[in-house]
Design a protein around this ligand. Structure first.
Ligand code: FES
Ligand SMILES: [Fe+2]
Length: 337
């Protein structure tokens, strides 16, 4: 499995998912409770009552103002995690406190810092298109029964679009066109670019943009290890570059357990902003594409689980970005806490 990298920001939820109903997510193996205070501030606390470990995101646990009341015997906690009331006695044990996690709401995501180190001034990487009036966004989240490293591999090598996503976003030119890869070791960003000068327009772009002929198609990937993947996608009819359409594809990659991952996906476009038909089409189409990946990665994980340890892979040019990402992830995991 790919080692967890703690002391990092991870997408825990979309901002709209965090409200006045307790929400439970498991992030890097840690159960986390998310909710909003009455004035709208997101809160992230350990999702296990200190008394008998009942999940505070599980009914009948509930919010009482800014506090959360355990549904089992009523231990009550403030948004700082401190226990403020226990049943049957006035004295509150000193150790009755939930771990609190640093939280940032940014670009339509609620990010949680998992780790023991203080994040200080460190902020999560940006995906400003998700919260911009110049873009229209469709998004969702799919749980994956696979190691998050398999999703990183998948997203960094888009040649699979031709095979796994043919008829949606794949055309022969994607697999045929070589990539260039750049690695910024210091900021831990891997960039993979593929520029197609004259390519077929896949249905995903033909139906959403109305382009009928062939296109120039640019795929510029920026992977901010370990948690955020951006694909800057640009399509234009061949020979008319000024009429380019831009799509920003964003993935929040959040390890949940050793074998499961939250796959937060979003597609932001800068055209047909108010066209509901385009919005519905892109939501449906991208969801189908995400599910094709989910089914494939779940099957891949199952296959890998039956391999004897030390199995061999064979890598080629298309894997350059994925291999660079693996190297960065391994290095980050090995860094002292
Ligand atoms: S388990 Fe929460 S109050 Fe007992
Ligand atoms: Fe895919």
């Amino acid at each position: 499995m790919t080692a967890f990298i703690r002391d990092q920001w991870y997408v825990a939820a979309y901002a709209h998912e965090v409200g006045r109903t307790p929400l439970g997510r498991t992030l890097l193996g840690e159960p986390v409770l998310l909710y909003r205070t009455e004035d709208g501030r997101p809160v992230a606390l350990a999702d296990r009552c200190v008394h008998r470990r009942f999940p505070l995101s599980e009914k009948p646990s509930r919010l009482d103002g800014d506090r959360v009341v355990c549904g089992y015997h009523g231990f009550t906690y403030g948004p700082d995690g401190r226990c403020v009331s226990v049943p049957g006695q006035r004295r509150i044990p000193r150790t009755a406190r939930l771990t609190g996690y640093p939280v940032v709401e940014q670009d339509a995501f609620v990010w949680v810092w998992i780790g023991d180190r203080d994040p200080g001034d460190t902020l999560p990487p940006r995906a400003p298109w998700l919260d911009s009036p110049d873009h229209t966004v469709v998004s969702g989240m799919e749980p994956l029964d696979a190691d998050y490293g398999l999703l990183v591999d998948n997203l960094l090598d888009l040649s699979h679009e031709t095979y796994l996503h043919g008829g949606y976003i794949g055309t022969p030119e994607v697999a045929e066109t070589p990539i260039t890869t750049e690695v910024d070791e210091k900021s831990r960003v891997v960039r993979v670019s593929r520029h197609m000068d004259d390519a077929a327009c896949p249905p995903f772009y033909a139906e959403s943009t109305g382009i009928t002929g062939r296109i120039t198609r640019h795929q510029d990937i920026e992977y901010h290890a370990p948690c955020l993947y951006l694909l800057h996608s640009r399509v234009a009819p061949v020979g008319t570059d000024e009429r380019a359409f831009h799509v920003e594809v964003v993935y929040g990659i959040t390890p949940s357990t050793e074998h499961t991952t939250y796959d937060f996906w979003a597609v932001a476009r800068d055209f047909a902003l108010d066209d509901q038909k385009v919005t519905d089409f892109l939501r449906e189409s991208n969801h189908t594409v995400v599910m094709q990946d989910v089914v494939a990665l779940n099957a891949l994980q199952k296959a890998l689980d039956t391999e004897p340890p030390g199995y061999q892979e064979l890598s080629i040019n298309i894997d350059t970005g994925g291999l660079a990402a693996r190297r960065i992830l391994a290095r980050m995991a090995a860094e002292p806490a």
